[in-house]
Design a protein around this ligand. Structure first.
Ligand code: AHG
Ligand code: MN
Ligand code: MN
Length: 339
């Protein structure tokens, strides 16, 4: 039998998973759904920039055209602020976190959102999939007061929900509230998301590795050794190399097919490139909820206590056995754990 559950129905039906739920998280997820539809609409028109105007140019109303990552950031910020549904937002596109409320009632909201509004943005120019990543925490500061840094600097294992959108051949939303992972595909004619991938699970093993191997020369020795292992002719190896350069898309493929994504430290980016709060924690939460795993090469990503908002971290994420194997190689170089 075909499953015709819509995202809206699913959010409401699953509210009962949360004891004493007030519906606040459901309303927050619905706000995110609205914002991502707006961003999706704009991303789909990206190829028309030469016709409707380039970023940095001025449009017919005399307004400046914006780059899509700035635009996406504004849409998510505006939607969440207007609906007064969170007490604070931190975004990859903002220098500092944003307190929502002033003297009004939104300080009474209990959730903060962290977001990478447009991931893989360099792919926009060439019509390749991009994404959005979000992460939700319960605030630790008292209700009714303005949020502070500690509300955002929580370890990933305290996430209440996390998700991502792939603006791909189809637009999909994949999210988890800590009870497994579900994927929804947008029917663009109706503007409705349908549950297309219930209970997504990461294959325990895979044969895809995803890394920007062009930087090989700059990688730590543990990563170099692991890559040689991936390329060896033995058992089910050599693996296939697949790298889109858009974390969301690379991760999404690997979760469906089985694989590992690596963005290590390198002499070019000594702490890695990806951001712990906006990219690695939410993706790690989903990976684990689907039975996969995520590590910095030495420890579980979700156990790391963040020190700053824009902190970077090396990232090894994917099929459980593949991540464990990569960690084995890294363990031979313990000095590299102090990145
Ligand atoms: P963003 O567009 O949000 O800055 O993120 C880009 C990230 C990630 O999506 C991708 O996997 C990685 O950067 C690609 O980096 P390289 O070009 O260095 O491989
Ligand atoms: Mn990103
Ligand atoms: Mn981004």
């Amino acid at each position: 039998m075909k499953n015709h559950t819509t995202l809206g129905e699913f959010i409401i039906e699953n509210q009962k998973d949360f004891l004493y739920s007030s519906g606040e998280l459901s309303r927050l997820l619905s706000s995110i759904k609205l914002a991502l539809k707006v961003v999706n609409h704009e991303v789909n028109k990206a190829g028309l920039v030469d016709i409707v105007g380039n970023a940095g140019a001025t449009n017919i109303q005399g307004e400046d055209q914006q780059k899509l990552d700035v635009y996406a950031n504004e849409v998510f910020m505006r939607t969440l602020v207007n609906r007064q549904i969170v007490c604070g937002i931190a975004s990859e596109e903002e220098d500092d976190f944003v307190i929502i409320g002033g003297k009004n009632k939104s300080h009474d909201n209990k959730y903060v959102v962290l977001i990478d509004p447009l991931d893989g943005s360099s792919n926009i120019d060439v019509n390749v999939s991009v994404g959005t990543i979000f992460s939700i925490y319960r605030r630790v500061s008292p209700l009714g007061t303005p949020v502070g840094k500690d509300d955002f600097l929580q370890p990933g294992n305290l996430q209440v929900a996390a998700g991502y959108v792939v603006y791909g051949t189809s637009t999909m939303l994949v999210y988890s509230t800590g009870h497994g992972v579900n994927g929804f595909t947008l029917n663009p004619a109706l503007g409705t998301f349908y549950l297309s991938h219930p209970n997504m699970t990461f294959p325990e093993d895979g044969n895809i590795y995803s890394i920007n191997e062009g930087y090989y020369i700059h990688f730590p020795q543990g990563v170099k050794d692991y890559l040689k292992y991936c390329q060896e002719e033995k058992e089910n190896r050599p693996y296939s190399a697949r790298y889109i350069g858009s974390l969301v898309s690379d991760f999404h493929r690997n979760m469906i097919k089985g694989g590992i994504y690596i963005y290590p430290t390198s002499s070019k980016s000594p702490k890695g490139k990806l951001r712990l709060l906006y990219e690695c924690n939410p993706i790690a939460f989903i990976a684990e909820q689907a039975g996969g795993s995520a590590s910095d090469g030495y420890q579980r990503i979700l156990n790391i206590k963040p020190k700053e908002l824009h902190q970077r971290v090396p990232f090894f994420c994917g099929s459980k056995n593949m991540v464990a194997k990569a960690e084995e190689f890294m363990a031979k170089y313990p000095e590299e754990a102090n990145y």
